[in-house]
Design a protein around this ligand. Sequence first.
Ligand code: FES
Length: 130
Amino acid sequence: MALYSEKVMDHFRNPRNVGVIEDADGVGEVGNAKCGDIMKMYLKIDGDIISDVKFETFGCGSAIASSSMATELIKGRPVAEALELTNKAVAEALDGLPAYKMHCSVLAEEAIKSALDDYYSRKGTAPEEK
Ligand code: FES
């Protein structure tokens, strides 16, 4: 079996939503101290919907594929759904990651949460409790 799924390879070679949103409503940057990879996420939010999302990832192929897939999973979706996005869901959407690469998907979850934290702190509110 190949080490990486076709989906991982596809999102690594053709990452979706790469770039910067200059007037973003929330920006989050996270890193992994062990491997040194860094991920930055930009969100544009209209009402309760994530109308646009872009990322910059300085990291391994799995981190790039994870960021790309994570942006696809939350684009056009309600903020509440993005808050619940887990690294497991990102890895599953990529048809799996090798165990020692799961931390790359954690970075994607953390980057989105960090951008949402920034969004809420700019707004001066907290996410609504369910
Ligand atoms: Fe660290 Fe992939 S090796 S994010």
